[in-house]
Design a protein around this ligand. Structure first.
Ligand code: GLA
Length: 352
């Protein structure tokens, strides 16, 4: 165990292969130790929440605009994170433009009403709002921080195989209810308009290696690819050590790669309820095997852009705060030391 700030840097060790990312939140950035750790260890950053629609949309200011389509946005939190990334030389995955979660209902409602039962605006209005939102966000970020964002998660989690429609789309989503399946290609068309040169457009989802879900996603992406709208697949990779199945993940990843898509691991963690030596040794083995697999895929020609961990230390993880689970799922401990899992990820690249 080493002090994470003095230990060798993962981002540096993987520099010639792919970016090593972390999901970061505003609370971490108020702590100087975390700032130093993130700046030292990582080469890519994703905002845990600060760039999601609910954080950017400003209802009061939107009402004041008195426009049925254009909404007002606030970028204070997002800008602080982007500025931090810029100062550290870390590149940013922007997460996420279109998602059924963490997007307020009023965004879809007639007259921007926040009444819980307000009627939804018609499809044309909602799609116009979507485009206006996407263009406004991209324009702001690319103007204020040129060159910082390398990838946009354009649409997150649109597929639901269990309760989805015939095309596999999540029919319960307000995007789907208000605008139908058109919301997906429409979002990518807007993002293609708004992106700066070199920026990648991604679709992102969880359990995306499960065969049913993978097939549904591949079908949707094939249509987008035919129009030149999507560059890659973001595999979230929230895993559980008790159900660890690397071959299944690898064959899922290969299916996307074989379709000519870039691959990003966007939200990796491995739920591990034990802090004891044995549990953490198993976790380390899983991480080591996973990164060795990514390196192998890359050597075979896959375009692996980044591997992002969903969090920095075991102290701040959504598995604790949101899922209320005792979990030690990441590479650094709560006291900012490297864990055996960190060593395994380092060993994987050294052995390569
Ligand atoms: C999903 C989202 C992330 C995050 C996690 C849980 O995977 O894509 O933004 O909210 O859930 O923290």
């Amino acid at each position: 165990m080493q002090d994470a700030i003095l230990a060798p840097s993962l981002g540096e060790a993987y520099r010639e292969h792919f970016l090593i990312g972390a999901a970061v939140n505003a609370c971490m950035l108020r702590d100087e130790q975390y700032r130093r750790l993130i700046g030292h260890q990582f080469t890519s950053m994703t905002a845990e929440n600060e760039m999601k629609p609910e954080r950017l949309l400003d209802r009061e200011a939107t009402l004041a605009l008195a426009d049925p389509v254009r909404c007002a946005l606030r970028f204070d939190q997002a800008d602080r994170m982007l500025a931090f990334a810029g100062e550290c030389g870390i590149r940013v995955r922007f997460h996420t433009l279109v998602w059924h979660n963490q997007t307020p209902r009023w965004f879809f409602a007639e007259g921007w009403s926040d009444a819980p039962d307000a009627p939804l605006a018609d499809a044309e209005t909602v799609l116009a709002r979507q485009e206006a939102y996407i263009l406004q966000v991209m324009e702001h970020v690319n103007r204020a921080f040129p060159g910082l964002v390398y990838c946009w998660d354009v649409v997150n989690e649109a597929v639901e195989t269990t309760q989805g429609g015939p095309d596999g789309l999540r029919t319960r989503s307000l995007w789907y209810r208000a605008a139908g399946p058109a919301f997906l290609p429409h979002a990518f068309r807007a993002a293609r308009k708004g992106r700066a040169e070199g920026q990648l457009l991604f679709y992102n989802d969880y359990n995306s290696y499960f065969p049913d879900k993978r097939e549904a996603i591949l079908k949707l992406l094939a249509d987008l690819q035919a129009e030149g709208l999507v560059d890659g697949m973001g595999m979230q990779t929230h895993m559980d050590l008790s159900r660890w199945d690397l071959p299944a993940f690898e064959s899922g990843a290969r299916a996307y790669i074989n379709r000519g898509l870039d691959l990003h691991v966007t939200e990796m963690d491995i739920h591990c309820p034990g802090a004891d030596e044995e549990s953490q040794a198993s976790l380390a083995k899983a991480y080591g095997g996973f990164f060795a697999m990514l390196l192998r895929l890359e050597r075979e020609g896959a375009k692996i852009g980044c591997a992002t961990l969903w969090g920095v230390t075991d102290r701040y993880t959504w598995l604790r705060s949101f899922r209320k689970q005792e979990s030690y799922p990441l590479l650094f401990s709560g006291d900012l030391k490297t864990k055996p899992a960190f060593d395994s990820v380092m060993d994987a690249v050294k052995a390569f």
